[in-house]
Design a protein around this ligand. Structure first.
Ligand SMILES: Cc1ncc(COP(=O)(O)O)c(C=O)c1O
Length: 390
């Protein structure tokens, strides 16, 4: 079927964070929300129908995860990412962040060092520090607007800090890189040389634009599989973060048993009934919707980049290879961090994610979510342009 991503969906009264919490979180009225990674689109029709059928039953008791769900997820991984997985490699978590936390608690001790690669998704900092582990950063390098991994620094950080674990963001939020096979192999080789495990957050894996191709880290080799905790989820792909489900693929039996023990200790063993129904129908029947959705978002991205080039050239944007996030380099506006924030919030009335929340490397940047109706995007960009020139 043909989906209409220009459809206006009124989310008033749904408790959706993006539209209902913006004023409270940003402290300003009448903001256009272009921040949190949540799409403004209705999901795939088969998912909506499956959830409605399940809701109609009126019985929402304890629900187990059926084999059919694991088969659907496995088939999705094989078809979409050419990676064949075994059903018993799949562990469960109510979200990727709880899984990152569990991995840190399981595979490191208090005081151990954990490496992350900023600018990066803000909770990566918190899951390390709030668990009493020490944060070590291997900042990405920018070359002609494109971010790359600083392998020399990564090797030096392992050598000098004895870090035990690296949290990889693949594809990378917020910079939109889809790491190549060569980059992943180099990274994995360094981790292997220092005996470190890799928690690979691949929540954006299904949101990639041709010719780029996502490669699951654990699919690289047997050695990579033996040291990877891979976090996947339908929440970004199908816009169902509120259903709270993530699928954590851990090919190594020892690592898997230890991870599951931590989850069981926290009594995170049951799944939300609707997350099971929603995930299975999305993985089985959501592909058609996703293809159309990605085409719509990519056109939005191209539109936004063209708009910036034509009307606000002081703001630079490199086309993301994956994710629906635009990492706006606003340094050309020549404003202080505070003045830039005030310009966007008070004058333009747009709510974006402040680059500084992704680490000090994000200073002067803001993140814009392009997974919205074209009309919303046009309005947001116009507001920014008017504010810059007023
Ligand atoms: C890289 C990354 N990891 C994890 C999450 C959130 O995962 P969850 O809601 O499953 O905890 C997000 C959400 O934006 C994200 O961008």
């Amino acid at each position: 079927m043909k989906y209409d991503f220009d459809e206006f969906v009124d989310r008033t009264g749904t408790h959706g964070m993006k539209w209902e919490r913006t004023e409270a979180l940003f402290g300003e009225k009448d903001l256009l929300p272009l921040w949190v990674a949540d799409m403004d689109f209705r999901g795939p029709a088969p998912v909506i129908e499956a959830l409605a059928r399940r809701a109609e039953l009126g019985l929402y008791g304890y629900t187990h995860r059926p084999d059919s769900l694991l088969e659907a997820f496995g088939a999705w991984m094989e078809k979409r990412h050419q990676w064949k997985i075994e059903s018993d490699w799949i562990c469960w978590s109510p979200g990727v962040i709880p899984a990152l936390t569990a991995a840190i608690q399981t595979f490191t001790e208090p005081g151990d060092r954990v490496i992350i690669q900023p600018p990066v998704y803000p909770p990566f900092f918190k899951v390390v520090t709030e668990n009493g582990r020490e944060l070590v950063t291997n900042p990405l390098m920018q070359r002609d607007g494109r971010y790359e991994i600083d392998f020399e620094d990564l090797e030096a950080k392992f050598r000098t800090t004895g870090a035990k674990l690296l949290i990889l963001c693949s594809p990378h939020n917020p910079v939109g890189r889809v790491w190549t096979r060569d980059e992943l192999e180099r990274l994995e080789a360094i981790c292997a040389a220092y005996g470190a495990l890799i928690v690979s957050d691949e929540i954006h894996a299904d949101l990639v634009y041709a010719p780029h191709r996502h490669i699951p880290l654990a699919a690289l080799s047997e050695r990579a599989a033996s040291r990877t905790i891979l976090c996947h989820s339908p929440s970004k792909t199908f816009n169902m973060a509120g259903l709270q489900a993530a699928y954590i693929v851990i090919p190594d039996k020892g690592l898997r048993t230890a991870f599951n023990k931590t989850m069981a200790k926290g009594h995170h063993t049951m799944s939300n009934t609707f997350s099971i129904v929603g995930s299975e129908s999305a993985y089985r029947e959501g592909g058609e919707w996703l293809e159309q959705c990605l085409a719509y978002i990519e056109a939005n991205i191209d539109y936004a980049i063209g708009y910036m080039e034509n009307y606000i050239p002081q703001i630079k944007v490199t086309k993301p290879e994956g994710t629906y996030l635009l990492w706006l380099d606003c340094r050309g506006l020549g404003l202080s961090t505070t003045d830039l924030k005030l310009l966007l919030l008070r004058k333009a009335k747009v709510a974006l994610n402040d680059g500084l929340s992704f680490g000090p490397e994000g200073e002067g940047f803001h993140r814009l979510n392009a997974a919205c109706r074209r009309a919303t995007l046009e309005e947001g960009l116009k507001r920014i342009r008017d504010a810059v020139y007023s």
